[in-house]
Design a protein around this ligand. Sequence first.
Ligand SMILES: Nc1ncnc2c1ncn2[C@@H]1O[C@H](COP(=O)(O)OP(=O)(O)OP(=O)(O)O)[C@@H](O)[C@H]1O
Length: 415
Amino acid sequence: MITVKNVSKKYRIYHSPADRLKEIVTRKKYHKDLQALSGISFSVADGETLGIVGENGAGKSTLLKILQGVVIPDEGEVEVTGKVTGLLELGTGFNHELTGIENIYMNGTLLGMSKDEIDSKRDEIINFTELGDAINDPIKTYSSGMLMRLGFSIAIHADPACFLVDEALSVGDAYFQQKCMRAIQAFKEKGGSIIFVSHDMNAVKTLCDAAIFLEKGSMVNFGNTKEVVDLYLNVILQKSHQGDLPVNIQEKKTEKKYNMNYSETSTGEVELVSFKVFNEKGNEISYIESENVIRVVYEIKPLRDFDEPHYGLMIRNTFGVSIFETNTYCMNVETEKIQKDQNVKVEWLMNLPLSPGAYSFSVGVANKGFDRGSFEEYSLLAHDVEVVTILLNDESIVYGGLLNLKPSICILNKD
Ligand SMILES: Nc1ncnc2c1ncn2[C@@H]1O[C@H](COP(=O)(O)OP(=O)(O)OP(=O)(O)O)[C@@H](O)[C@H]1O
């Protein structure tokens, strides 16, 4: 169990090391303060995974360092039952002149392991790294991926109560990253808590039970992962929008025109008038068997003229993970200019080879596309306007995973 109460941290920024000295000698202020964290409070129960999201410089690493005891907060308290270890800033706690094995002893001791404990886990730690003979070489010869393998292996074997995971994990190759994720999952199943910092929103949604959105050191939101991540993505969208009007985020509650509660990021220049899903026979549906064709129809009302409008659709699973998303710009579909109050009906026809479950639909309208799918103006993003349940198709093969890729297979029996 981790409890963080009202934690704040200020850094002093000096232009040069000389300013630090001048300040001591003259007792005049030669620094400016940077509030890296203010008034952060949350708790993480045993077996729970908490995600932390936020833009660069939001204070995520500072918070992790405080939890690990590497940085002392100016105010507030952190209570941890047990040990906190993790993979922060590759190479911290390592001596680069020493070998991999020597560093296991040194770093293990720093993480609170006794010599006997390290002796007993030494082979397990080495085997997990799969570094082979390189474990006897000084770690100054290691690549960042090799350092990460060593750091992760020591940290996860140090018997922590809470494991901190940040972007350092991403320097590992795909094989080792998956191995780490399996080890983290096993740690969680044994009742360990995890704090996960990532810019990969799909990973946060899949792994975390709750999430925190940090902005400029303050907690903007703490709670349901999907809601926190959606809010974060909406804020990012607001910042990429270059139009004259600001994009506002609102929680919409409407009469049953479409789904009851959905969140909308909008400039107020486009309204979603209706949203419906039909089967092949033209009946409106809220459930359908997998691998059937659906027709999605939505109508929008522009409240101003658009020169280069584009229309998008996104399908997400119950974790909020995007299963498929695209738009007319990405599909190279030419669209016509639209004028104020001239409603537009957009129809999508597609097959849904998705595994059984509930899926939500989101609608986007933007103006002036560029690059591989960015827009100058994000006029409307209405999340989760409708939910459709996909039922098992008895005629389908039995498969696991998110969707049926309908493979063909060829087996050659050699004599
Ligand atoms: N040792 C330090 N001295 C001075 N300022 C610092 C120090 N460490 C961090 N900061 C500042 O504190 C703020 C928060 O930094 P932090 O590294 O915690 O952000 P972050 O959310 O982890 O960012 P990123 O996503 O880029 O890793 C930033 O403005 C950063 O410049």
